[in-house]
Design a protein around this ligand. Structure first.
Ligand code: URA
Length: 213
């Protein structure tokens, strides 16, 4: 943990915002929603990997030898928070196909409202890796907090949290627990409603992605 101010990185690129606006529309189809989420996740993946270390390697072009920048090892693990995280995972892997992948499944106990883990699988050697946790909606923040808590126990070198939309309440709650974990998001909406949905938001991301409503 560091003493520095908790960070929220707004990745408000016009292409991302345009695609997000189409996703928000209630008449956008399931297939378009899924395709747009994948496209946005590729663009977000591009931004999030900006600080990956490179090393110089000698290569031969058809004309000469040169020292060329190459990504240093396979050091990123993308952790998908089930189930909606899978929609972001696919796009991210298109730009970083060598990334390792982990999954965490949580459900909210209806009585205690505490997130309960039902699935957890991450690669070995987490201590070498930067973990990027993906979950489209940072709403109350409770599942993101639990997911990051669990991942921190595996000892990764660094953790980042990536979402598609965040609520101010979720950001505050998340950073009260994990001030050392930066949040990356294209947009911060107005508020949460009484059921924990982001307003104006886009509805239930999992239902819209999988057509389960
Ligand atoms: N999860 C969603 O899918 N949508 C919200 O608005 C909040 C949480």
């Amino acid at each position: 943990m560091t003493d520095s101010k908790p960070q929220v990185h707004l990745i408000d690129h016009p292409l991302i915002l345009h695609k997000l606006s189409i996703m928000r529309r209630k008449d956008t189809s399931t297939s378009a929603f899924r395709a747009l989420l994948e496209e946005i996740s590729m663009l977000l993946g591009y931004e999030l990997t900006r600080d990956l270390p490179v090393e110089m390697q000698d290569i031969e072009t058809p004309l000469a030898t040169m020292s060329a920048p190459t990504l240093q090892g396979k050091k990123v693990v993308i952790i998908s928070v089930l189930r909606a995280g899978t929609g972001m995972l696919d796009g991210f892997l298109k730009v970083l196909p060598s990334a390792r992948v982990g999954h965490i499944g949580l459900y909210r106990d209806p009585k205690t409202l505490i997130p309960v883990e039902y699935y957890f699988k991450v690669p070995r050697e987490m201590a070498d890796r930067q973990a990027i946790v993906v979950d489209p909606m940072l709403a109350t923040g409770n599942s993101a907090i639990a997911a990051v808590e669990r991942i921190k126990r595996t000892g990764p070198k660094q953790v980042k949290f990536l979402c598609l939309l965040a609520a101010p309440e979720g950001i505050e709650n998340f950073h009260a627990h994990h001030p050392d974990v930066p949040i990356y998001t294209p947009a911060v909406d107005e508020r949460l409603d009484e059921k924990g949905y982001i307003i104006p938001g886009l509805g239930d991301a999992g239902d819209r992605m999988f057509g389960t409503k």
